[in-house]
Ligand binder design. Sequence first.
Ligand code: ADP
Length: 398
Amino acid sequence: MDAIAVLNAGSSSIKFSLFALGGEALDLELRGQVEGIYTAPRFIGRDALGKTLAEERWPEGTKLGHASALDHIIAFVRERLAGRRLAGIGHRVVHGGMEYTQPVRMNAAALDALEKFVPLAPLHQPHNLAPIRLLLERLPELPQVACFDTSFHRSNPEIAQMFALPAALHDEGVRRYGFHGLSYEYVASQLPSLDARAAQGRTVVLHLGNGSSMCALSAGKSVASTMGFTAVDGLPMGTRCGALDPGVVLYLMDRHGMDVRAVEKLIYNQSGLLGVSGISSDMRALLASSEPRAKLAVDLYLYRIGRELGSLAAALEGLDALVFTAGIGENSAVLRERVCRHAAWLGVELDPGANAAGSPRISTAASRVSAWVVATNEELMIARHTAEFVRPTTRRKQ
Ligand code: ADP
């Protein structure tokens, strides 16, 4: 049986998964990662149930590099393929600009086009593209497909993608792009099997993880989201500040003498849950802490979710369903309960028992707005997209 590999390459880690491609089905076989690529590299490969199949550590201070990390993954996957064909590789790529409303089969020209978006996502895009370039050189015949975090939001009305800035900047690409699109696309794909009203109606999906955002879906299509030009906008996150008056940046530069890099570090790495609490970026640690600052960070996170929910409900002109996903959304009954309680004015009535059990529907039968928990699966979404390019029967645009 052929297989599809999925790669998610970041600045310090490369995550991978392997799916068996059988007819319509895609079954997870392997997943793993190399992390700490430039500090203390560690490789781990697991089976679909999470059992460790292979593990390797390099001494602290080893600078393994992305190319060697990729080699390691390829060797592991090759061994497990045991002669089966790797039909294609799907890559998570953060930015597809305005042009890429769909995944794209990679070649040298497409790679050059995607390089243009590096200034829009300098911390992620170069790392996402590096393995594509490397594999195009080494295995030119192997189909590679780039899947973007931005594409799903290209269905937003033009006005939802605008800043009130001079037109020339808009034309240059200073727009609201939105992110976490592969997660929202996956969740939207699950809604029809859960609830016709949530699938066809006005639904807000809350992707609450280390990175957090929210997306308004109208009949399964994105019409607005909390992230904008970059993934630092919207909700507070583990270490990112979320929406910030741009005047604060001016003040920091003017009064604190901070330059671009210093501001970048502050708003991406030192803010959010970590910055407010001074304790941790990890929601579990904050919920377990009795420190007032930990409570304050959680309160602020929830307050911002409540405000953004009102804003997205306004964009949708009403609300039929809420869906929780990602690390916090899938696992924290406490957080879900507090979000739903704040949203009572919109017609959300939580079923505490169902919420504690984390069952798909967590609202009462009588609730005017239904609430759901759906486990996201960005890797599967990428594998599905990649399969569309390599399955002979459903071959589409190349
Ligand atoms: P990433 O954006 O890195 O993919 P995840 O979606 O894995 O992040 O989410 C990580 C977040 O989920 C962390 O803040 C973690 O504390 C939180 N989380 C995971 N399990 C729970 C839980 N049971 N209760 C509260 N928070 C949780």
